[in-house]
Ligand binder design. Structure first.
Ligand SMILES: [Zn+2]
Length: 285
């Protein structure tokens, strides 16, 4: 494998350059985690660039590698943990992201960022025109089969450039399911998502919660640590701060959306109703 290109990241939440700060104890191997002394955001400082994420560190490669690494280092715990996750997932409503999107978004166009093969878009009801952005060509081709018969489209590129292809104010909803923790420029993506939402349109986010009890118990062995494909580690506070800094209002973030017994959290945000839209609204076909 050729040497992957790494980028040096300032704090994604407050933009502080933390290169002179010591590496966090959560770092592993060559991967440097920083805990920002200014805003407490936890992030991977030397993240792979988009091309390396798409090729050398594609999640379809890294997820099975990480599962095997955990199985070998802690065989009993890994099996118990898998069983617990199955029990826990049965106690939650299935497809909470899809449920939140259908509950909060008005009928119209909805875009799923990092949509994979379109499994979430497939579940969106007939009131919605489904769109997606996906960097993996094979997954994008599968997603097209889901959305094109319903008048939707798939943009095949990284999310930040993909979002710029949609007109301002054209979407009723934007969904980020298990996506924002992978994004090297999360604040830029949130601002770009805010631009394409119509005033009052909703954003639905699901990310791992590093404020959960499992992280406190497991520390460095917490299942949310995935090197190098998770580059942002949100607490409920830092997630809310980043979303609000991008111009959103928080529409729903109640106790059971960031319950500390779960490893993930869910937030619904809204583009303010009063926002002035720079261009006339155009519906995306
Ligand atoms: Zn910071």
């Amino acid at each position: 494998m050729s040497e992957p290109k790494l980028s040096h990241r300032a704090c994604p939440l407050c933009s502080r350059d933390n290169r002179d700060e010591p590496a966090s104890r959560w770092s592993r191997d060559e991967w440097t985690i920083k805990e920002c002394p200014e805003c407490e955001f936890i992030y991977l400082e030397n993240a792979p660039e988009y091309e390396a994420l798409a090729d050398d560190y594609c999640w379809t490669l890294t997820v099975p590698q990480e599962r095997n690494r955990r199985l070998q280092s802690e065989p009993l715990f890994s099996r118990l943990s898998q069983s617990w996750k199955q029990v826990w997932s049965r106690t939650l409503p299935r497809g909470k992201c899809e449920w939140l999107a259908q509950r909060f978004c008005q009928p119209g166009s909805v875009v799923d960022l990092g949509c994979g093969s379109g499994s979430l878009l497939k579940k969106m009801g007939d009131r919605f025109v489904p769109h997606g952005i996906e960097i993996d060509p094979h997954a994008a081709a599968l997603a097209r089969q889901v959305v094109e018969p319903r008048g939707g489209s798939i943009v095949e590129c990284d999310v930040l450039h993909g979002l710029r292809q949609f007109p301002e104010g054209s979407m009723s909803g934007v969904v980020m399911k298990c996506y924002l923790e992978h994004e090297t420029a999360p604040a830029d993506v949130l601002r770009a998502a805010e631009r394409i939402l119509r005033p009052g349109g909703h954003l639905v986010i699901k990310v791992p919660n590093i404020g959960c009890w499992n992280f406190r118990m497991r520390g460095k062995k917490w299942c949310g640590f995935r090197f190098p494909d998770h580059v942002n580690y949100f607490t409920p506070e830092t997630l809310q701060n980043m979303v609000q800094n991008a111009g959103f209002e928080v529409a729903r973030f109640q106790w059971n959306d960031h319950f500390p017994l779960g490893d993930n959290m869910y937030l619904v945000a809204q583009r303010p109703e009063s926002v002035a839209v720079a261009e006339p609204l155009r519906r995306v076909a």
